[in-house]
Design a binder for this molecule. Structure first.
Ligand code: UDP
Ligand code: MG
Length: 319
């Protein structure tokens, strides 16, 4: 039976007891104004506070509230993944629980979706109430990521976005462990559109992304979409060995063709640098192969069809 739910809102929550009621209230206001069946799918990522109980109470009086409980804290990206696995809607919106992503933007996303875009992401043109450090590191991260990867991952864009059922179904087949959802969604492709917004302050409570988790996310983002770090050794190796090789040739020339000479110490240093450089280059070559092994183990599909059904019908007719 086809599900009757039109929209699914995925809300990952980790120790959000101070904000959850307000989030529920604002989301409900927005979603009811759309007059179509929806579900609020909360994914409780192993909260240690009263988050789960509060959601359970909400679910008692509101059938659109659903709750998934993790056995422990698995992390934001995994929580979103679980949400996508259990979402029943035709369009799925991922939103943070802390109201930094205003729910009032959802109708605008839905409008774009109805125009035919399969992914509508929200780009932050301004961030309020966050430390300079967070803004700078975030900005640096998005730009580094862009420089390093071939996938077109939009700048200053978090996980706040709408995805079509089709994109969600493709995500079901992508089971790699270190996940960087926004990168994966860009990689999946389809028609993507952006809307812009001002990122609000957190409604209450503290960030659940301490520096350590932020770093983890940044490293996951870069390593799962780029081999460049593995190639670093090659570049370093070239930078070391080329000049030392040139210097070696120069000193040999000096010795053979002129009366001049260089000291034993210098010979040694140049030779050491040269050998080290060669070492690095060899490491870089290993890196190239490891990168390929890594790609294979990720087991992403080679391509994704925009419209699977259409393609299959075509095959049947031709066959
Ligand atoms: N979150 C989660 N698991 C975690 C950390 C965060 O589910 O381990 C949720 C959190 O409850 C919130 C969203 O992910 O809904 C974003 O987290 P937060 O607002 O703390 O991050 P920030 O906006 O500070 O980057
Ligand atoms: Mg936040």
């Amino acid at each position: 039976m086809k599900s009757k739910v039109r929209y699914t809102i995925i809300i990952p929550v980790y120790n959000e007891e101070d904000v959850i009621r307000e989030t529920y209230r604002r989301l409900t206001l927005v979603m009811q104004s759309l007059c179509e069946p929806y579900e609020l799918l909360f994914v409780n990522d192993g909260s240690e506070d009263r988050t789960a109980e509060i959601i359970e109470v909400l679910a008692e009086t509101d059938d659109s509230v659903r709750l998934l409980n993790f056995s422990r804290n698995f992390g934001h990206q995994i929580a979103i993944t679980a949400g996508m696995d259990y979402a029943r809607g035709d369009a799925i919106v991922i939103i943070d629980a802390d109201l930094q992503d205003p729910p009032e933007l959802i109708p605008r996303m839905i409008e774009k979706w109805q125009e035919g875009y399969e992914v509508v992401y929200a780009r932050r043109v301004q961030r309020k109430g966050e430390t300079l450090f967070k803004k700078w590191t975030a900005s640096l991260f998005y730009r580094t990521l862009r420089m390093m990867t071939e996938v077109d991952i939009p700048l200053d864009t978090g996980d706040f976005r709408l995805i079509d059922r089709k994109v969600c179904d493709v995500m079901h087949g992508i089971r790699e462990k270190s996940r960087f959802i926004r990168g994966l969604i860009s990689w999946i492709g389809f028609r993507q559109a952006a809307i812009e917004y001002i990122r609000e302050e957190r409604f209450a409570g503290k960030t659940k992304y301490p520096l350590k988790k932020m770093l983890r996310l940044a490293i996951d983002g870069i390593t799962s979409f780029s081999h460049k770090p593995l190639k670093l050794a090659t570049y370093l190796g070239l930078a070391l060995s080329l000049p030392s090789f040139a210097y070696l040739v120069f000193s040999l020339g000096l010795k053979i063709f002129t009366a001049g000479t260089i000291s034993g110490g210098r010979w040694l240093i140049t030779l050491l640098l040269l050998l080290n450089g060669v070492n690095f280059i060899l490491l870089g070559i290993l890196g190239e192969y490891i990168g390929r092994i890594y790609d294979e183990t990720k087991d992403r599909p080679l391509y994704i069809l925009r419209n699977k059904q259409e393609a299959e019908n075509l095959l049947v007719r031709r066959g």
